[in-house]
Design a protein around this ligand. Structure first.
Ligand code: NAD
Length: 489
């Protein structure tokens, strides 16, 4: 049961195939639905970080030399073990992150799917041969694993965002050191327990906990780490890029400020349903959450009214006690404060409150970080909700007159992660799909990321990809082998 699993993981680091008690100071981990302390993590010390890097380096060559089928088998075992224990792992996630239990379980099962997807991809990595201008030569393009990966992850998807990096690393033949977010470390440690159970060799996967500015930064600085795979805010991503002391491979999956455009030809009911889902799921704490919505003027009033009703219908609950709640607590005080600040800014600048705007009432919400899904209408471009990532359950809506104007407004941002559109007119669909300057564009649906297709941002939303074959290629170096075989005929 999670209580005993949690206490077994309390204060531990996973290094070289073993859980060991951390020597550094302890940091509390809080249940955001109740404010209660659920355990502590150890701030990894310099020696412990060095031990994790040394273990990953030792394990790298033997792991990379395994035939891909062996690595695939290990990933399949890991996926099976994770799926078999999804209930207990989900409870850990809900306890530390706040999302409803059913949703947490869904995330754990998607992590298991990622294991199986990358297990299959592992056996399909192939190179190329390239024609030469001179006879007697052949060029081979070979893919070789990058080496030791430092994975630094945020708290909003504590299993999947670790999993994509871990699965792709293992499939490619890399080894990995995971530094999970301070708020949600136990999900990562629970994944490490499954790694051990799956018989994955010591050192191939390591987990070190602690503050990002210390432990994360130590991985960025360490000469034994060949690549940093980071998911988090644009500010920290930029900081990592600026402070990396040596040349390293970097993949940076960063923040967004994602627009939805609803054109005059859209299916209104479908657009409202999509908007409610992608604005508020996980309390809006999704990098690809819809932050701002532009609606063609003829549909505007009806859309705003229906989205307000959809937001009001969402059930907020303590994720453990209400496993089927639509949304749970926010993960900490910080995103809640930012949501309140963006709301206050919008209202002060003339926005109209359509739904939410406050914490839900009731004793059960008194000590957690709860807020009602909130819709503000008649928004203008100067409002923070229309310009910055809120990362909370708040969405702004504004009308538009021409599609050019809407696409220009959607693109008028330093971010380029995901954009959404609802339209039935084929020319509008084509103009949206070609005109939106984003790494992911979802039209007439709001699920911009699927496991089989590359997922990545543009501009300040990052570099590199996760998911799909492209996500796996991030973990390889290409080697050009130019062979003179001398056969000229
Ligand atoms: P964050 O940037 O504050 O922290 C992310 C991770 O970086 C944490 O593990 C943290 O400890 C670590 N970190 C902090 N300072 C560091 C430093 N100086 N050096 C190395 N590591 C450091 O982000 P967060 O608040 O945990 O997560 C929310 C952000 O993540 C949002 O901006 C969201 O959009 C983004 N995000 C992006 C994606 C994507 O795929 N593009 C997915 C999920 C979340």
């Amino acid at each position: 049961m999670p209580a005993s699993l949690l206490s077994a993981l309390d204060g531990t680091l996973f290094i070289d195939g073993e859980f060991r008690p951390g020597a550094g100071p302890r940091l509390p981990v809080i249940n955001p639905a109740t404010g209660e302390r659920i355990g502590t993590i150890a701030a990894a010390t310099g020696d412990e970080i060095a031990a994790a890097v040394a273990a990953a380096r030792r394990a790298f060559r033997p792991w990379a030399r395994q035939v891909p089928r062996r690595r695939a088998e290990a990933l399949h075992r890991l996926g099976d073990l994770i799926a078999a224990d999804a209930g207990a792992m989900a409870r850990i996630m809900t306890l530390e992150q706040g999302k409803p239990l059913n949703e947490a379980r869904g995330e754990i099962l998607k992590l298991a799917e990622a294991c199986h997807f990358y297990a299959e991809e592992a056996t399909r990595v192939h190179g190329e041969t390239v024609p030469n201008d001179q006879p007697g030569f052949r060029s081979l393009i070979v893919r070789e694993p990058v080496g030791v990966v430092g994975a630094i992850t945020p708290w909003n998807y504590p299993a999947e965002l670790v999993g994509w990096k871990l699965c792709a690393s293992l499939a490619a033949g890399c080894t990995i050191i995971v530094k999970p977010a301070e708020l949600t470390p136990f999900t990562a440690l629970a994944i490490a327990a499954k790694v051990a159970e799956a018989g994955i060799p010591p050192g191939v996967v390591n987990v070190v906990t602690g503050k990002g500015s210390v432990v994360g930064q130590a991985l960025v600085a360490h000469p034994g780490v060949d690549k940093i795979a980071f998911t988090g805010s644009s500010a920290v991503g930029l900081h990592i890029q600026n402070t990396c002391p040596t040349i390293k491979r970097l993949s940076l999956e960063l923040g967004g400020n994602c627009p939805l455009i609803v054109t005059a030809s859209a299916d209104l009911a479908a657009a409202v349903k999509g908007a409610a889902r992608r604005s508020f799921r996980n309390m809006g704490q999704i990098c690809i959450a819809i932050n701002r919505i532009y609606v063609a003027r003829p549909l505007y009033d009806a859309f705003v009214a229906a989205l307000g009703q959809a937001a009001d219908r969402l059930v907020v609950g303590n994720g453990l006690e209400r496993p089927d709640a639509d949304v749970g607590a926010m993960a900490s005080a910080e995103p809640l404060e930012k949501t309140r600040a963006h709301l206050a800014d919008a209202l002060a600048k003339g926005a109209r409150l359509v739904a939410g705007g406050q914490a839900p009432e009731g004793a059960e919400f008194a000590r957690g970080f709860f807020f009602r899904p909130t819709v503000v209408a008649d928004c203008t471009p100067d409002m923070q909700v229309m310009r910055e990532e809120t990362f909370g359950p708040l969405v702004g809506v504004a009308p538009f007159d021409t599609l050019e104007e809407a696409i220009a407004a959607a693109n008028d941002t330093p971010y380029g992660l995901a954009a959404y559109g609802y339209a039935r007119d084929l020319t509008e669909i084509e103009r949206l799909s070609a005109g939106l300057d984003y790494g992911n564009v979802a039209l007439n649906n709001v699920d911009a990321g699927i496991m089989n297709a590359p997922y990545g941002g543009r501009k300040q939303s990052g570099v590199g990809y996760e998911h799909g074959r492209e996500g796996l290629l991030e973990y390889f170096n290409f080697k050009h082998v130019r062979l003179h075989h001398g056969v000229e005929a």
